[in-house]
Design a protein around this ligand. Structure first.
Ligand code: PHE
Length: 340
C-alpha cells in the first residue's frame, strides 16, 4: 500500500488541466466517492493495527496534497481566463472616509513652549507624578501648617501621608537641584493633581511647565527679560507683560505675570474682563532657604523660577472657554486644532 501511495504522490505532481471541466474530472477521479483516495481509505481500514499506524499519516498527507493540487489548478484556470466569480461592485460608491488624528491642543502648546525655552538655553527635565512630602512641600519651604498640605488640596494615595500626587511641577525643581550640577537651566513639563471640584475653570488633573535657572548673579531683571521673550514668542511681538506682587513659599520676592490681552490689544474686552490684561503665570526669585535645603550656597548663587498651567495658556491662545473640553476627547473639539 505504501508503494501505491508513493506512486500517486508522484503522479499528482504532473497533473494538468486547461479547463474547469478537466479539473472537475480530476477531482472526481481522485477525490470522488469512488475515487482513488477513497479506495485507498477502504483498503486502509482492513490493515493490521501496526501497519495502520505506519501508513495512516502518509495517506492523510496524500489526501491533503491532492486536494491542494486540484484547488490550485482550478484557481490558476480561473485567474488566467478572467473567469472569477462575478462580484457586484458599485464603482460609484464613495470610499469610507479616513480621519487622520490631530494633536491635542495641550500637546501643541507644550511643544511650542518647550521650543521657545530651548532657543534660550533651557533643557527639559522631568520627574515622577507620585511624590513625597519633601519634594512637593518641605524642600520648597512650605510651612508645616500650610493649607496645601491639607487633604482638601492634595491627593494622598496611601495611608502613609508621605505618598502623594504632586500638586505642582515645582517638585521637579527640587529634583534637578539634587541631581544636576550648577548652573541649572531647566524647564519641567508634567501632569499635576489637586483635589478640586471639576468646573469650567478648574480640574483635578492639569498640566504645568516649571522653569528654573540657578547661577551666579541671576537677578530679577533676568527673570523679567526671559518672561517677556516667552510672552512675545507665544502671544505675538506686540505683547506687553506686567508683574504684580504675589506670594509663594519657595520664591522671594514673588510675582504673578499678566500679558496684554491678545484679543483686544489691551483696550478691554469680555475675555480680559475689560481689564486689558490676562493672568498667565507665577514666578519669583528662588528663596535662599530653598537653595540651602538643596545644598546650594545661597551667598554664591541665586536663581529664578516660574510656573504656568498649560490649560490656561491653551485657553488664551485658542479661546477655549471650558477646561473640561481638554479631557473629553470629543473629536469635534480636537479636530479644530489641525492647522495649528
Ligand atoms: N508652583 C506654583 C503653582 O503651582 C507656580 C510657581 C512656580 C510659582 C514657580 C513661582 C515659581 O501655583
Amino acid at each position: 500500500m505504501k508503494s501505491k501511495i508513493d506512486q500517486i504522490s508522484k503522479e499528482i505532481t504532473s497533473l494538468k488541466a486547461s479547463t474547469i471541466d478537466e479539473v472537475e474530472k480530476l477531482r472526481i477521479k481522485y477525490l470522488g466517492k469512488k475515487g482513488i483516495i477513497s479506495d485507498l481509505f477502504k483498503e486502509f481500514r482492513e490493515l493490521e493495527p501496526d501497519l495502520k499506524r505506519e501508513v495512516g499519516a502518509h495517506l492523510n498527507l496524500l489526501k491533503k496534497t491532492v486536494t491542494e493540487t486540484i484547488d490550485t489548478l482550478k484557481e490558476n484556470i480561473e485567474k488566467s481566463s478572467g473567469n472569477q466569480k462575478k462580484v457586484n461592485i458599485d464603482l460609484s460608491l464613495q470610499e469610507p472616509s479616513f480621519n487622520f488624528g490631530t494633536r491635542h491642543p495641550i500637546s501643541l502648546v507644550k511643544r511650542e513652549l518647550l521650543e521657545i525655552f530651548k532657543k534660550i538655553g533651557f533643557s527639559i527635565y522631568e520627574g515622577p507624578e507620585i511624590e513625597d512630602d519633601w519634594h512637593v512641600f518641605s524642600a520648597l519651604n512650605f510651612p508645616e501648617e500650610h493649607p496645601a498640605r491639607d487633604m482638601q488640596d492634595t491627593f494622598f494615595i496611601e495611608k502613609n501621608p508621605d505618598v502623594l500626587l504632586r500638586t505642582h511641577t515645582s517638585s521637579v525643581q527640587v529634583r534637578s537641584m539634587e541631581n544636576e550640577k550648577l548652573p541649572i537651566r531647566v524647564v519641567c513639563p508634567g501632569r499635576v493633581f489637586r483635589n478640586e471640584a471639576i468646573s469650567a475653570r478648574a480640574h483635578c488633573i492639569f498640566h504645568q511647565i516649571e522653569g528654573l535657572y540657578i547661577d551666579k548673579n541671576v537677578s530679577f531683571a533676568d527673570l523679567k527679560q526671559t518672561l517677556l521673550f516667552f510672552a512675545q514668542e507665544m502671544f505675538g511681538k506686540e505683547t506687553k507683560i506686567r508683574l504684580r506682587p504675589s506670594y509663594f513659599p519657595f520664591t522671594e520676592p514673588s510675582a504673578e505675570m499678566d500679558v496684554s490681552c491678545n484679543l483686544c490689544g489691551g483696550k478691554g474686552c469680555s475675555v480680559c474682563k475689560y481689564t486689558g490684561w490676562l493672568e498667565v503665570l507665577g514666578c519669583g526669585m528662588v528663596d535662599p532657604n530653598v537653595l540651602e535645603f538643596n545644598g546650594i550656597d545661597s551667598k554664591k548663587y541665586s536663581g529664578y523660577a516660574f510656573g504656568m498651567g498649560l490649560e490656561r495658556i491653551a485657553m488664551l491662545k485658542y479661546q477655549v472657554k471650558d477646561l473640561r473640553l481638554y479631557f473629553e476627547n470629543d473629536t469635534r473639539f480636537l479636530e479644530q486644532f489641525t492647522n495649528y
